[in-house]
Design a protein around this ligand. Structure first.
Ligand SMILES: *[C@@H]1O[C@H](CO)[C@@H](O)[C@H](O)[C@H]1NC(C)=O
Ligand SMILES: *[C@@H]1O[C@H](CO)[C@@H](O)[C@H](O)[C@H]1NC(C)=O
Ligand SMILES: *[C@@H]1O[C@H](CO)[C@@H](O)[C@H](O)[C@H]1NC(C)=O
Ligand SMILES: *[C@@H]1O[C@H](CO)[C@@H](O)[C@H](O)[C@H]1NC(C)=O
Length: 283
């Protein structure tokens, strides 16, 4: 009897009382805070307040509209007919309590509790090379960066293996998993907040294959040989250019290019070069 009463009271409190209407949205969404408490008359004064400090963010004072709060710049639209407020491109900073106040022949109020959740990143699964490698197990990490108010979990099929939650804003999370190389189960890493989730499926063959262990050295070898070839090509090119320049100096007396890297080396060319410099008037 007492229990039923408490339950009833809690429900009533939850849906009509202190918290008003609750909305959970993702940043970037457009949110409609709908007036369903009173019909609006021509000369009603409609006020929308936000936050614990109850600061004015929108007002219709017939026939004018005001949006005095910088935090909502260009994001608010007031519906003159209904008194409803539309917040466009909402951000996490706009999480909080919104209060509608209609002052006319009679006064009505309604509150909304709006929770704005950040977009969920896609979890990234990587091989964890910092763990001791063993012949039959493969160590993995599922990671996300810059998250808040989320849970990160490993699932084997539909059953939860492990999870980690964070309530702070903007931190990085990672969750380890060890699998056998031969494991044929399907594993997935899931990030979720109260309204959304994102899943990445593990591909054991792709991440744990042993030939991938020798991956990094192979990449280095390829890179090194590529760099080596480039150097050789550059050297050959340089040599050719030098040779050509030297020839030019020898044959065309008027057209001498003075290159710091590649001076003509024959005595004849040098003397001609000097001669040209001597003709330049000194200041
Ligand atoms: C939405 O808001 C964000 C952050 O203020 C801004 O970077 C972005 O350009 C806005 N998008 C639109 C479509 O207005
Ligand atoms: C790796 O193994 C060594 C000894 O076998 C141990 O001291 C060390 O803590 C292990 N490291 C990890 C990351 O498990
Ligand atoms: C992820 O969200 C979908 C609906 O969007 C739901 O069907 C599914 O059960 C959720 N998965 C998890 C692991 O929460
Ligand atoms: C896993 O990766 C391998 C190798 O990259 C690929 O051949 C295979 O199709 C992938 N399996 C799944 C289920 O995506």
């Amino acid at each position: 009897m007492v229990c039923t009463f408490v339950l009833f009271w809690l429900c009533w409190w939850r849906f009509t009382g202190v918290f008003g209407e609750s909305l959970s949205v993702t940043e970037g969404d457009s949110v409609l805070l709908q007036n369903n408490v009173a019909t609006i008359h021509e000369d009603d004064d409609i006020l929308w307040n936000f936050g614990a400090e109850n600061s004015l963010i929108a007002q219709i004072n017939s026939p004018n509209q005001f949006f005095p709060d910088e935090r909502f710049r260009d994001r608010l639209k007031l519906d003159r007919q209904t008194g409803s407020l539309i917040i466009t491109n909402i951000t996490t900073q706009h999480t909080g309590r919104y209060k509608l106040e209609i002052n006319g022949k009679k006064q009505s109020t309604k509150t909304f509790s709006v929770s704005v959740f950040a977009h969920l990143p896609i979890p990234k699964i990587t091989r964890d090379f910092s763990q001791n490698s063993s012949s039959s197990y493969c160590s993995l990490l599922c990671s996300v960066v810059n998250v808040g108010h989320v849970t990160l979990s490993w699932y084997k099929g539909n059953s939860l293996l492990s999870s980690i939650s964070v309530s702070d804003l903007s931190i990085s999370l990672s969750l380890p998993l060890e699998v056998e190389y031969q494991d044929k189960n399907s594993y997935s890493c899931v990030i979720n907040n109260p309204i959304r989730n994102q899943t990445t499926h593990l591909n054991i063959t792709q991440l744990c294959q042993t030939h991938l262990d020798q991956g990094p050295p192979l990449v280095y070898i390829v890179l090194l040989s590529a760099a080596g070839s480039l150097l050789i090509v550059a050297a050959v090119l340089m040599y050719c250019i030098c040779k050509k320049l030297t020839k030019t100096v020898q044959t065309q007396e008027e057209d001498i290019t003075d290159s710091a890297l590649c001076k003509p080396t024959t005595g004849k060319a040098k003397s001609k070069s000097n001669a040209v410099y001597e003709n330049v008037p000194k200041k």
